[in-house]
Design a protein around this ligand. Structure first.
Ligand code: FES
Length: 374
């Protein structure tokens, strides 16, 4: 019940009545929330598109043909497979509600990318999370003039953003500077070139590291000189960066050389650090390969210090909820009851987490024998 008060503005009473009306329908509200933010989706592989020798797109739909939950271009779903999960960004346009395109590139020794590329067939089912992630464009904060530096499969969220612009005829300038190792590694090349021709706001430049530099444009790395030559002055433009982990510090260095402020650069989360011992707060002299004992879920096991807790737990069949696997979403949180863990720089912990022992297990590394509450 709310207390009768004088109307605060025109329409106040109507809004109040609508809120009260909705509050009287809790079941419908829950169903609405589930439709937009489902915890799990069961999707069927409807089509498989071979993009390059190392990359496939899996077009997935709901079996009953119902529209999929909406997403913002740049977001991902967590795909569950082989006892673990990985985030994969949609490359499709948010305007196409009947399917998600999940574009997967084979990663050397990548457990899930190889599993999906080698075993997934049309008609197979996939379990995923609903759409998640913060690496999407907000015109209010990010403006309408965007530069996107992509490396390798980092082009996937850019493709979704470009298709979104094309499908909705958005008044946005979007300049993709896309680095690939070789010309035949370029994903979506034909479509990117075709969209660029049709949409004056979209520009695509390829930068190839090895071999044929495609006749025009620069080759090599995405250096400050190359970025400046292609994009011109960055001024206040928002720069997105997505690609292999090594691209992040490199791109930051190059953009800083150009005088571009950090607050105008957005990085996509990109997995647990492969070498946590390289981070400044890793304790000096602590051997990353040495094993320690982790106790969790009624069992104890040995694991090397440089293996993220989440992976170590999954190895033992213990599965905390997880999605981004990059320290961002907070779903994988566990409580350290005893021992010491290294929380990687990537962990988006709240100030109150530390004192109570909460840590994001996907980017936490056990430094000593450790007991955790899962
Ligand atoms: S899975 Fe998202 S923070 Fe760990």
């Amino acid at each position: 019940m709310h207390h009768p008060i004088a109307p605060l503005f025109d329409g106040h009473e109507e809004i109040r009545a609508e809120i009260d009306g909705r509050a009287a329908q809790p079941v419908a509200r829950t169903a609405d929330v589930d439709a937009y933010h489902p915890r799990r989706l069961t999707l069927t592989v409807a089509e498989i598109i071979t993009e390059t020798a190392s990359t496939k797109t899996f077009r997935v739909r709901r079996e009953d043909g119902r529209p999929l939950p909406p997403f913002l271009a740049g977001q991902y779903v967590g795909v569950f497979a082989d006892g673990t999960s990985r985030p994969y960004a949609m490359s499709s346009s948010p305007a196409r509600a009947d399917h998600y395109d999940l574009t997967v590139r084979r990663v050397a020794s990548g457990r899930i990318s190889n599993h999906l590329i080698d075993t997934l067939a049309v008609g197979d089912r996939l379990t995923t999370t609903g759409p998640m992630g913060t690496f999407h464009h907000n015109p209010l904060f990010h403006g309408e003039d965007v530069v996107f530096l992509a490396g390798g499969s980092g082009v996937v969220p850019a493709m979704s953003m470009i298709r979104d612009i094309a499908d909705h005829a958005l008044p946005r300038r979007f300049h993709l500077i896309y680095g690939s190792r070789r010309a035949d590694d370029i994903i979506f090349r034909a479509e990117l070139d075709a969209i660029e021709t049709r949409h004056p706001g979209i520009r695509v430049d390829h930068v190839v590291l090895e071999g044929d530099p495609l006749g025009a444009g620069p080759s090599g790395l995405l250096t400050a000189e190359t970025i400046e030559a292609l994009a011109g002055p960055l001024d206040g433009r928002m720069v997105y960066v997505c690609g292999p982990q090594a691209l992040y510090p490199y791109a930051l260095e190059q953009l800083t050389l150009l005088g571009h402020p950090r607050r105008r650069i957005r990085f996509e989360a990109n997995g647990a650090p492969a070498r946590p011992e390289a981070q400044p707060h890793w304790p000096a002299g602590t051997d990353p390969e040495e094993e320690v004992t982790v106790t969790a879920g009624g069992t104890s096991f040995r694991t090397p210090r440089n293996r993220p807790l989440l992976d170590a737990l999954e190895d033992r069949g213990i599965r905390p909820e997880a999605a981004c696997r990059s320290g961002e979403c907070g779903l994988c949180v566990v409580r350290v009851v005893k021992g010491e863990v290294h929380a990687a720089e990537e962990a988006r912990l709240r100030m109150s987490d530390g004192p109570f022992g909460w840590t994001h297990s996907c980017v936490a590394y056990p430094l000593t024998d450790t007991e955790i509450d899962v």
